[in-house]
Design a protein around this ligand. Structure first.
Ligand SMILES: Nc1ncnc2c1ncn2[C@@H]1O[C@H](COP(=O)(O)OP(=O)(O)OP(=O)(O)O)[C@@H](O)[C@H]1O
Ligand SMILES: [Mg+2]
Length: 240
């Protein structure tokens, strides 16, 4: 890969990061309130995943959306954190989105090296894990090395190396309708959760994402309808 391509790619990623950073920071700043408001939802999502873990051997889960910004990273972090609340549950969150990586803006990662550095043979996966003791979470970021696509061998070999050390590996993926990466990763995980933004994602786009995943034989565990707004009062909704 040429140096110019690398520089352009880095600039593109930096532009994308700075576009997302303020909103992610704002969300992080609001986490106390927002997290407690969302906690119920993530606990429910966690319960569904845990209930499938034993009977069907579900350990590796890819979270992806149909398009950018629908909330894949948000849901991946929320689910991983909810699973990690059980202190004895070992959870690894992998930023498997080398297109628009931004996990470092949401979580206090000690290194920016990650998956793409492993893909380029620059580091062993074990050396890339940041341990967040406060939240009982282990995290691997997308990394610094230029890696325009995600290949099957990289994910396969990462999961082979690390899977046995964790009860759950949650992968934060890029959007299915934008890149082939998510469908590639989907073939290597036990299940996929599709994130769809309520009132924004057209049905045809959601269907297209599902078709892509079906085509590669992915096991779709379910769909998270993100940012759903309720048009009825909360007290009424809670008794419905
Ligand atoms: N339920 C929500 N409530 C409030 N803000 C949200 C919610 N879900 C996502 N966001 C915000 O929307 C923005 C995009 O979310 P996120 O980064 O999770 O999307 P994404 O699907 O991972 O995007 P990309 O494909 O670019 O990685 C972020 O600023 C995030 O904080
Ligand atoms: Mg994301």
């Amino acid at each position: 890969m040429s140096k110019i391509y690398e520089a352009l790619k880095k600039a593109e990623q930096e532009r994308e990061r700075s576009r997302l950073r303020p909103t992610l920071r704002a969300a992080a700043g609001a986490t106390e309130d927002q997290a407690s408001a969302n906690q119920e939802d993530y606990q429910r999502l966690r319960a569904s995943v845990v209930s499938m873990a034993v009977p069907s051997g579900l350990h590796t889960v890819l979270i992806c959306a149909s398009h950018h910004g629908e909330g894949a990273t948000t849901v991946a972090v929320g689910l991983a954190s909810a699973l990690a609340k059980e202190r004895e549950t070992r959870v690894l969150l992998v930023e498997a989105n080398v297109r628009t990586p931004c996990l470092g803006a949401v979580l206090p990662l000690s290194t920016t090296a990650g998956l793409s550095d492993f893909a380029q043979g620059r580091a062993a996966p074990e050396a890339l894990v940041t341990r967040l003791d406060d939240v009982n979470l282990s995290v691997i970021a997308a990394g610094n090395a230029p890696s325009p696509t995600m290949n099957l061998e990289v994910i396969d070999s990462l999961l082979t190396r690390l899977q046995s050390q964790f009860d759950f590996v949650i992968l934060d993926g890029p959007p299915v309708n934008n890149y082939a990466d998510a469908a590639v990763i989907a073939t290597k995980v036990d299940g996929v959760i599709l994130v769809i933004e309520a009132d924004r994602t057209p049905v045809a786009e959601a269907e297209a994402a599902k078709r892509q995943l079906d085509k590669v034989g992915a096991r779709i565990l379910g769909v998270v309808l993100n940012r759903r707004r309720s048009y009825i009062p909360a007290f009424l909704e809670s008794i419905l």
